[in-house]
Design a protein around this ligand. Sequence first.
Ligand SMILES: [Zn+2]
Length: 361
Amino acid sequence: MAGWLVGLAGCGDEERAGQPWASAADEAADGGETGGADGLDDATSGAGSLTQADDGHGADDRGETGGPSSDTDDDDPSGDTGGAQPPPPGADCPSHCYCEPYDPDANVDDLVAGYSAANWESTVLEFLARRWPAGRDLLTDSLDDPYFGVFSDKSSFDAAIGDGLPTEAHEMTHGWDFGHATVSEFAYFVRDDLQYFPPKIEGFERSEIYSMIATSASDTYANLYLTGQQGTYGWMDVLDEGNCYMHDLAVYGVIGEFVPWAGVSGRDGAVAFMYYLQLYLRRARTQYPQLYAQLQAEPDYVDFVLTQWLRMHFFLPFVDAHPELGINDAAIREHMYLPENVAEIEMFVGHELEASNCLPQ
Ligand SMILES: [Zn+2]
């Protein structure tokens, strides 16, 4: 097979309609599109050297069980002058960089050997605890989600981890973000100790950026997310879907040896939604200046956008180590890295940026 899109059984399921995150429900999306060869374009810098960020967990162990959060504060202590700052790094992470605990090489041999469908949940959580603790925390918060586990074939370790886990992370991110939103605030999960709760701002319908997409980067994602009912969703949902695909990316970086398919869209969604974010910001800036000013006046939005740029570059090198985990991402990345598109993120966050998890010094 040429490939398939992650989240095959995911957000598109009809039965999700009516759930708290129903706005993501009819992503007919994740349907099985086959793609071409995965021309991998490693445009990222050598961010991999920063992998083993300090395990900064423990210092802040808020709300394991979820529930509407009262934390409306900016988690970023840098509420300061011009421009967002990267979130507080771990002890081993340079202060101008984004890092988080992440260890794709952590030994899981015992989990493979001891796997059975009956211990799927504990295996998944322990696997993530060793390799991507933020994912463990996300799924721990999701244990009560009625959809937790339904996206996974639990019959084997490879199926459960290499196939099911990206979709679980993607869908549980939707669940977390919408589940922690309030009447007035939206919510974005990054880590247990880094979450954003900006005021809800709908913005304009994202279908308005459909025609802005460069032909060579047009892909299944644009047709799925920027048209029809999906196309009516705006700013908050662009960021939410991007966050879900960020977690697809994070998972793919730690499951490479278990992915049973060649030609999987492990990177495509994350870079596509970063590109869509760039286009959305351009249209806001040029066509809706009041909206743009409103968004830029909200530190949680500005900080979150910066975090997503840096965080994507933190994960990308690990997924790039598995060239087969992308379908059309090389073409999308070409456009994402065009100076005028990078500039949209730079203008919004007030910082120069590089293809890196670190701010230029
Ligand atoms: Zn989704």
